[in-house]
Design a binder for this molecule. Structure first.
Ligand code: HEC
Length: 129
């Protein structure tokens, strides 16, 4: 029931960083990452193993953003930290899976605090208590 309520809370919320409805290549990747993260959250709650999910995220470095200020000096380092945490979640075991999931979501949050605050409240709700 709790998971169901969260699923409703997480879906149907339009979260954008820019006031224009530009669907950049980076936005498209982010939307994929968001729907993946919702599925991962459910798997972690059920205690399931985490399949490979982040190979396609490597283009985070090259995907073009809606405007240049969305990718500043710290972007690549924040992206690298995020991908490292994806790797750790994928290789996590029963004991540390929730911790690894929350670390991954926290690295979404770190980058968003810097470059795209729009989805922050949605991202914070993705953390597992
Ligand atoms: C290294 C930085 C970085 C990381 C890590 C990151 N994001 Fe983003 N995200 C951005 C930037 C920058 C944009 C704005 C893209 C644009 O405007 O082109 C964005 C946009 C978004 C959007 C709005 C997409 C739209 O429709 O315009 C969502 C939702 C989102 N990110 C979710 C996530 C989730 C979920 C994660 C982690 C699984 C994540 N982000 C990790 C930088 C990041």
């Amino acid at each position: 029931m709790k998971g169901f309520i969260t699923a409703i809370m997480l879906s149907g919320i339009v979260v954008l960083c820019n006031s224009f409805l530009i669907e950049s290549d980076l936005s498209k990747l982010m939307r994929t990452m968001t729907s993946d993260a919702k599925k991962l959250r459910e798997k972690v709650q059920k205690g399931d193993k985490i399949p490979m999910f982040y190979k396609k995220y490597k283009r985070i470095y090259t995907a073009s953003p809606s405007s240049d200020n969305k990718k500043g000096d710290e972007f690549d380092a924040l992206a690298r930290a995020f991908l490292t945490n994806c790797e750790r979640l994928h290789s996590s075991d029963d004991e540390n899976r929730k911790l690894a999931y929350n670390a991954m979501v926290t690295s979404c949050i770190r980058c968003h605090e810097k470059y795209c605050p729009g989805p922050l409240s949605m991202l914070k709700r993705m953390i597992l208590p």
